[in-house]
Design a protein around this ligand. Sequence first.
Ligand code: GDP
Ligand code: MG
Length: 596
Amino acid sequence: TDQSLIRNFCIIAHIDHGKSTVADRILQMSGIVSQREMHDRFLDRMDIEQERGITIKSQAVRVPWTVDGTEYTLGMIDTPGHVDFTYEVSRALAACEGAVLLVDATQGIEAQTLSNLYMAIDHDLTIIPVLNKIDLPSAEPEKHAEEIAGLIGCDPSEVLRVSGKTGEGVQELLDRIVMEVPEPTGKPDAPARALIFDSVYDSYRGIVTYIRMVDGELKAREKLHMMGIGMTHDPIEIGVISPEMMPTKALGAGEVGYVITGAKDVSQSKVGDTITSAVNPANEPLEGYQDPQPMVYAGLFPIDNAQYPDLREALDKLKLNDAALIYEPETSVALGFGFRCGFLGLLHMEIVSERLSREFGLDLISTAPNVPYEVTAEDGTLHHVTNPSEFPEGKIKSIVEPMVAADIITPKEFIGAVMDLCQEHRGEMGTMEYISTERVEMHYRMPLAEIVFDFFDQLKSRTKGYASLDYHEDGEQSADLVKVDILIQGEKVDAFSAIVHRDKAYSYGVKMTKKLRELIPRQQFEIPIQAAIGSRIIARENIRALRKDVLAKCYGGDITRKRKLLEKQKAGKKRMKMLGHVEVPQEAFVAALATS
Ligand code: GDP
Ligand code: MG
């Protein structure tokens, strides 16, 4: 395709402002998806996306669109909106020249509207501002057009009004994309260079790599070379997605498409790498991506330790599709073999665990998540702590914790509530700006550990759902943190250790010991459950011993009842872990680690 006829754009917006729905109408109006095939959020292809109603993965689709008798080729990328998936969005942006910035006409600008807009501007993309959901009676397009115009410096009349539901305004939007998004400017005659912006594992076809051609042409019958990892492949298939995979003979400069090499090993395709032709290779690779930094770490352990190799394989495959996921083997006395995993946030962690269980049939326990810390021991050694077990014993010289810059947008009547909440979470207030007469944007600096866990839920509940939140890394600060250990009958149980702020150590200790007292069944001896900081006990509970006569009663009675009991016990045994002499049911771990 001639580059002057190509337009590549992505749709960016705050979560729920209607990206996937507008993408549906675009698919329909361009004629590539018929009325009969159409279903809501067509590009949210994973079950988990359909059920939760959120986009997790970006999707790239080619749609034709004709303006004044000329047919153009649009490369459209629908992106996720949640803060955990910002990295996913930034990769999509690098494959486009334009961005459609959608804003819900009943809500106005929200926190991820701003963060996505700033990212798009960083990538020098042409921005097309659009108000969506104008069909709703509560839409206030005039008011919010002013807001947007003020933000990006255009006239309010230039802000398009559309409805992803009724399709109103979507044709105008496509026309505007053709008119305003710049054509790609790669060199069609130079040696081929394509950016790998995503890849997925398909159980039938192996690795499917999504690429944005920058220079030259890749041919289906020519050997490919991956410049970063230094591997050469014979492509099995090259093509475009419209809306399903369609093979083509070649992909030329400016086009978005896919390559299948037959590779099954995840190390053979790296997101951010450059593909060139092995026959006529380019000298320099394209600028790739920075690896994302995990924000939250937790251990994932198979409930049945025989599933450990399966877990490794499943993580390898997910990793291919999710560059932000990192993991390394971890052994726990209590939970056996598993992996320490790094995630971009709690939603990311939840999605990964859910995909592991649904797509790979794994039953997992996850330990309480924590953020990474830099701990200097008294002897001066520095420990990079992503796991409470790595916390050095003995005296600590200093601990440094990661900080974030948080941006919160809220109606002005909730300013006081937001301030209180941030203060409770060790936040330091920065500036505050009005984005309209009724709404403000507040800036805070806050420890990451205070924001990743339940902050967002509390923010929503204290502002009746009206506030929105975005945050990004912002250096570090020293912090007064301690490791709290949980001991069962004097033995430390590594899976329950946690690094917490000194002020919260006592409440963590009390909560965990109480919980465990209820979860661990009584046994023939007394079991003390303690919480400790180093050798200092800060909380204690006791599980009293079973009385002898209770046992006697159990084992009396008729023979069939006795046998049944024994069988039940045998089955139960498999699901027990021995910690010292104490039998702890598997469920107790799951329950104790659930909402901590
Ligand atoms: P995304 O998170 O930005 O991809 O948003 P979705 O496309 O998943 O839409 C979020 C919700 O808004 C869904 O319930 C949609 O049905 C609804 N929605 C999206 N666009 C419109 C619209 O133009 N009008 C109305 N009434 N609802 C819409
Ligand atoms: Mg979506």
